[in-house]
Design a protein around this ligand. Structure first.
Ligand code: FES
Length: 176
């Protein structure tokens, strides 16, 4: 029987709450794919859609998916935490993408990264407590001649050295 046809009041309430948690188009998508073969691949595509919509996955999103897709909540959170492309916290106002491609690496991207970690106290996939900065790894931003390169949101910063990092971060932090 479809998860969308609850058999009692309690189930009905849980399904209604889950539907209300997610955008209507994603609820419709789940309704189309639930019960199809290979539930794990359906689960991953549903989680991708939710992350595209909200920018990350939180507990309420994952519980709603578990209810509507009819898979255990532990399975949903297991998949979300296993794959590094799923984010479990909101991204910061400024997303720093540090290129760790070969050209940038040989020009010292690891030292730049180390300085950013030291300044912000976060690692890849994390966000500062004030919600200002998130740190992400990039693989070749297409500007190898300017290595080492990082991006902060849409802005490219070329030939970054560790000693330039504090002033760069301060500049963004000072923006209204
Ligand atoms: S390797 Fe960093 S921009 Fe290409």
């Amino acid at each position: 029987m479809s998860r969308f046809q609850p058999t009692n009041a309690c189930q009905r309430q849980a399904i209604d709450e889950s539907r209300a948690t997610l955008p209507a188009d994603i609820v419709d998508y789940i309704q189309k794919v639930e019960g199809q073969p290979h539930p794990e691949s359906q689960l991953i595509s549903v989680l991708h859609k939710i992350q595209r919509h909200y920018g990350y996955l939180d507990r309420a999103h994952m519980d709603a998916v578990a209810h509507l897709l009819g898979v255990p909540a532990a399975k949903v959170s297991g998949v979300a935490t296993f794959y590094h492309f799923f984010r479990l916290t909101p991204r910061g106002k400024y997303v720093i993408s540090v290129c760790m491609g070969t050209a940038c690496y040989v020009k010292g991207a690891d030292k730049v990264l180390e300085k950013i970690r030291e300044e912000l106290g976060i690692d890849f996939g994390e966000t500062t407590r004030d919600g200002l900065f998130s740190l992400e790894e990039a693989r070749c931003l297409g500007t190898c001649g300017l290595a080492p390169v990082l991006m902060i949101n849409d802005e490219v910063h070329a030939k970054v050295s560790p000693d330039k990092v504090p002033a760069l971060l301060e500049r963004y932090a000072a923006q209204p």
